[in-house]
Design a protein around this ligand. Structure first.
Ligand SMILES: Cc1cc2nc3c(=O)[nH]c(=O)nc-3n(C[C@H](O)[C@H](O)[C@H](O)COP(=O)(O)OP(=O)(O)OC[C@H]3O[C@@H](n4cnc5c(N)ncnc54)[C@H](O)[C@@H]3O)c2cc1C
Length: 297
């Protein structure tokens, strides 16, 4: 099997590496302390970064997920705290889902503002009772006079503060039907809707993008915000998770590459006990082992 990138993919990778080495890497500490700079978000929207995977009519480029994976890897290589890569992969995988399953009206209302870096888009699936068992989620949405009335709580949700500050929201998994995965719908919920309270979870690491809790107290959301069909949300979510997982994995590789590069630089410079660290076999072997594992990944 040939894993080589095409010429187009190689050029894309080189250009992004160059762009992020100038626009992101020098701001690593700033990102970790204060969040992803707004000017970077707006600047990167000009190269279509936040909407690579969307259709052209909503500001995207309909790029392949190979290109999106290359972008995730290159972002995390520059910002190895992963904050910017997570921001990127949320927009590109959940924007992709909204583009694929959302109505014309919903796509056009939400996605162009995500593409332009004006709004944030994320996923709200996990609840305080757990994340892996998506089919058992409890947050409910009852239909009343053309609105969904949402009650419940989501936990560990990425980008809650970014959504509040920038505007935007989350594709939210809610129970609209009976038990199990066939009773779940996906609704786009703008985070600044009445009845929502948000609180931040204090993370250790990946400080540049927030994680938090969203509480819904009779939040009334217009039915036009339903993604696709009622009670099909589980399937849309699994499609999104499949894509998001690949982008997360790519970002992890980029971050690890950057860290290994820094380590290699250090062992070539640092002298102890009369030799460079790189000339100590135990260290050289470990570096080779790490490099090999990363190359395989
Ligand atoms: C930094 C961060 C950001 C996040 N961002 C988001 C977000 O934006 N949106 C969102 O919806 N969620 C988000 N999450 C939540 C994340 O999706 C969940 O943490 C994840 O789904 C796992 O759920 P859990 O933590 O409740 O673990 P649990 O479901 O309690 O699982 C605990 C452990 O048991 C294992 N396990 C569970 N069930 C089985 C099984 N059947 N067989 C074998 N092993 C099993 C799991 O693999 C895991 O190792 C985020 C979490 C973190 C830490």
């Amino acid at each position: 099997m040939d894993f080589e990138f095409s010429d187009e993919e190689k050029i894309f990778q080189e250009n992004l590496r160059d762009y992020f080495s100038k626009s992101l890497r020098p701001r690593l500490r700033e990102i970790d302390e204060k969040g992803i700079p707004k000017d970077f978000i707006l600047d990167a929207s000009k190269i279509g970064l936040w909407s690579l995977t969307f259709s052209e009519d909503v500001g995207g480029q309909r790029a392949s997920f190979t290109l999106a994976s290359i972008a995730a890897e290159e972002i995390a290589r520059a910002d190895f705290t992963m904050a910017t890569a997570v921001f990127f992969l949320l927009e590109n995988s959940w924007g992709y889902v909204l583009d694929k399953y959302g109505s014309e009206e919903l796509r056009k209302e939400v996605l162009p503002k995500v593409a332009s870096g004006e709004n944030f888009l994320g996923i709200a699936s996990t609840e305080p009772s757990g994340g892996s068992d998506v089919a058992n989620l409890k947050t409910s949405a009852k239909k009343e006079e053309g609105k969904y009335v949402i009650n419940g709580e989501k936990a560990y949700i990425s980008g809650v503060m970014e959504a509040k500050e920038m505007g935007g929201g989350h594709l939210t998994l809610v129970r609209t039907g009976g038990k199990g995965h066939k009773g779940i719908s996906m609704i786009y919920v703008p985070i600044n809707s009445e009845g929502i309270t948000v609180s931040r979870i204090e993370n250790m690491g990946r400080m540049g993008i927030s994680t938090g809790i969203i509480k819904y107290d009779n939040v009334r959301i217009d039915e036009k915000f339903l993604v696709g069909e009622e009670n099909k949300g589980f399937y849309y979510a699994m499609d999104g998770f499949n894509h998001a997982r690949v982008l997360v994995a790519s970002a992890c590789i980029g971050s690890a590459e950057a860290i290994l590069e820094e380590g290699l630089k250090y062992i070539k410079e640092r002298e102890a006990f009369g030799v460079k660290l790189k000339d100590l076999q135990s260290i050289a072997f470990e570096a080779a082992e790490l490099y090999t594992k990363l190359e395989m990944a």
